[in-house]
Design a protein. Sequence first.
Lengths: 610, 629
Amino acid sequence: MSHWLTTILIVLPLGGALVVWLAPLPRAWVGSLATLVSLLEVGVWIIALEHFHFGSASLQLDQQHTWFRDLGVSYHVGEFAFSLWLVGLSAVCGAAASAYAWWVGRERPRAYFGLLLFLTSAVVGVFSAQDLLLFYAFFEAMLIPLYILIGVWGGAGRLGATLKFVVYTVAGSLLMLVSIIVYGLQQGTFDLMKTGTSSNDWLFLGFALAFAVKAPLWPFHGWLPDAYREAPAEVSGLLSGVISKVAAYGFLRIAIDKFPGPAHDFRVPILVLASIGLVYGSLLAFRAPDIRGVVAYSSLAQMGLITFGLFAANDLGFDGAVLQMVNHGLISMTLFLLAGMVERRTATGELSQLGGMARGRPALATVLMTVGVMALAVPLSSNFAGEFLILAGVFQQYWLWAVVGAAAIVLAAMYTLRLVSALLHRGVGPAVSEAALDLRRGELAIVVPLLALLLALSSWPAAISARVLPAGEGEAVALAAGPLDRSPYPTPPAACRGAGAASGLGRPGSRSSAGPAAAQVGGEPGGGLALRLGAGGRSAACHDGGGAAVAPPARPTPAALPGRGTGTLAAGRVPSGSHGLSYLPRSPGARGPEPALRPGANTGAAGVGA
Amino acid sequence: MRLIDAAAWVCLLAPLSACAAITLGGERLTRRACGVISSATTVVAFAAAVAAFARMLAEPGGRRAHTTSSWTWLQAGKYHFGLTLLTDQLSVMMMLIVAGVGSLIVAYSVGYMDGEDEERRYFAYMSLFVFSMLLLVQSGNLLLLLAGWGMVGLSSYLLIGFYQQRPEAIAAAKKAFVMNAFGDATMALALFLLIEHTGRLDFASVFSHAPRHGTLATLIALGLLGGAVAKSAQIPLHTWLPDAMEGPTPVSALIHAATMVTAGVYLIVRTHPLFENARAVEDLAAGLGAATLLMAGLIALVQVDIKRVIAYSTMSQIGYMFVGAGIGAYPSAMFHLMTHAFFKALLFLSAGIVIHALGGEQDVRRMGGLGRALPFTRAVFAVGTLALVGVPPFAGFFSKDSIIAATLTRGAFGDCLFAVCLAGAFLTGLYSLRLYLLVFGGAQSEFAAEHLHRPAGRLEAAPSMIWTVAVLAVGATVAGFLQFAEVWHPLTTWLAPVAAPLSEATNRQEAVASVASVGLGLAGMSVAYALYGGAQPRRLPRPLALLVQGFYWDQLYAAIFYRPAELAAQGLARFVEAPLIAGSIGELSRGFRLGSGELGRVQNGLVRSYVLAIASGVAVLAVVFLSTR
């Protein structure tokens, strides 16, 4: 099925960029045009949201055109539920960035706005690409505007910042390129929907390192403080809010999904790095002397937390991680914009020079305080919801991770309140003059919608967390059952895991390489860390193989809420497609012989499930 | 929708709507209007609570628990956590206390905050607090309870730091928030355990599925106790409460006396099945309560700030409640929670009148002889003091004695608690009357003579301040008659389906406890009268530094938490971040610069050689990777 929406999402900002660059528009129009285009992008995304069926686990809104047939390379784009949320995040943050740049009136507007739009397009492309080479192309395309935006429009130390940024990211992405080529050649295709899993540790590390630099994870964050400090405020917001999510997405879509074995083996080291980053980032945020330093290091900490969720290898962790990606994206975008607004009024971001800004500036105080308390994950905020899910998930992996996370949350309270107080409270700082006005209408028009989104999300975080991957009863069984796994569920028999891994992500009956690599995975102790992306075959296979043995003792049933029939929930989980990323609900009807390997079987299961 | 459910939602959402209206209204609303909106919505919440209560009275005893859900707030995989409200006997009681005392105090604020610069912000925060507290007591699952738990912490932070220009206020606010965040974190860990082992968080299924004994049960109870101890300012997480007195006085009355700080007691009573699975933790709760009530009573003896004395007395009284909840005397603990809400709010609010009359002065050494100028305030303060000490027939007598009597049912451990509670009663009498005499007794001080001002007219303060205090004084006088030992006990009966007491004291034990505690309370008062009752203050020895400094807890925490965190942050920044992480690229680029001089010769400007170099590099890596398969 061909669907143009994803392509439109990618091409619209690109077209906007071209118009801005090439058309002979008056300079004054450029900013408004770019903002309009990015708002249109948000509109298109909302349409895409309407067309999207969250109950289905298959790839949707997809479009494919062959590019290099013999290499198995194609233009293949489409959305999964979690990528659609990230596309939305990019669209919203892109619009906020354009609007803010327009309000500020950046110099050389044509180049600037063209690059911003180009960046949005590339990021949306990364989240939508279903072909590894295409993914890589977008990944690299995303870096080019960033280099220029930081290097040309940045602050005084922009050159050093750009240099570091370039060195780190190029090193990371070259490793990824090698991994992509080798992996693609091994699999015989670059199409993410067709490739199977691999157990090659080196390839996994190539991908993981690229994403670890991009995120960044400790200790690959050397580029972070300078880049976040020197870039224009809205670019810092995009860097920390959106670009870092590309890394988390990469972990989710490629590193974890395609390399279940290595992802399982390297889980502990990665979680250790994440927890170091969490505590380290929080401590450094606590002593950072300027606004952006605090937000930058808190970003490091937050990426550690999101990594926790991704490598928790269970529903709670995954869903929480995706929710948290959106939360953190919106929050850090807003915080960086606010940092920019404060800096414009005071000409400094040094906390020692600021203070007492609450008095006479009620709008600034209200907005900053609200975002601040959300950033520190005050309960009932969506940030709290995300962190709660992530930590509940990683707790099931091993309790110590959650304890580290909980400690980091206390630290988060310390550094965020320090930031808020240093700006708003106490005596009036030397850099704060009477001329430093409250937020103007234009600024409020940018920040308040972001805030409204956050508040709306806070009232219903399940809007995202329940629509990340179609929920299932069965797959918890298929998830890692390694030595660290403390879940009370018995380990599925090895043969079962092998079969599950073998069915992998491959489109049923396609040329998925269910060969040696998969067998290797299955043979390893503890099996793999697998996503529900394509875990459908796995859980079904496990049911066939291990029936009662797989069922956990005293499995809790989902909380039955009065007035919410299970009917709606069941309906929400009916798989519709027979794509590789299909998923089978745990229902007796699904126990046909090898259901996942036969395209028709899923439909049958759906009938029973409904 | 059933009436009770509708009432529950109205009760919860009315204060939130006030907060939203005031925030959005901004300067379009007059200051007065903000106060009116805030009070009116709290009264609406109270009316809804009364309606729910009345409806519940008409229902048969066993079927008074109602849950109502709106939507699934949070969901991940098979886990669902709804926005669920539970309206049962316990939550209705808390709703009545919170909304009732809350509406009185918000109304009082209209007079107290008059002329303050930022009344709008104040009333928005107050409404937010009432909403959060109602969320806490109405929540139908532990996640929502934790949400309310954190939200009251947030509004407490905002209100303690209300006077934003004062560094002490901001520091106190941050301290309160961070210590409570610690409690939130331990609670969250307990919730993670429950999720892992029961898969749910709604009260009924948690209680029926939670581990019955063993380490897990202990850890769960311990995590919850951590939250309770932090919120209720018990040892060892109590140091934020005295500092919290930096906030406006009505805030201290509402949050740091009547409602929020007693949330820990509510939590223990609400989740008592989990605590009963871990008796050691229950004993720990009682022990911490006992230690706190003794320590706080001692510190209160030497404090010179009127609000701090009352704050330490609050800690001490919550210590009693913890003792009661820890030994399983849940109705007694809740009873004391209720009477305490009346008399402690009364004490704070009448102290507020004094502070207002003296233009903001809080140091008792500058007060004295205020009784003549403020006779009404003296009278209501006296009522509050008598209720606090537990002199019959005032409210504190009934509730405190029922806790003290209950300790006698718990064997040797209970006897120790009994002794500590009695010592606490003596201290209560001592510090309470000391405070009363220092403020109202003796001759008028010079400072008071200079600074005392009362508004023109018959009243000693704004009308809204006077009548609210009067209502509370009536409450502090009569609320105790709700329950009297074995004679009648409607409260115990009411709460029995939710939290039946583990054991009940006999009449003899009640009598022993009453006589002993009233006797010791009066003894404490007579000592105080002997020391402070004269027209001229006696010369007293300098108070122990240990007490003045509050047993050095602040210094201890600074030494073991704050300083190490700061040092770690500095050390990491200086020895890891700067040289290793930020510097590595600098070193690298310096190396490059040196090397590039040499390599410059390779740069011959021919694109084809560059492409060759890139391609060969990738090829080499590819070969390496392929060969290591």
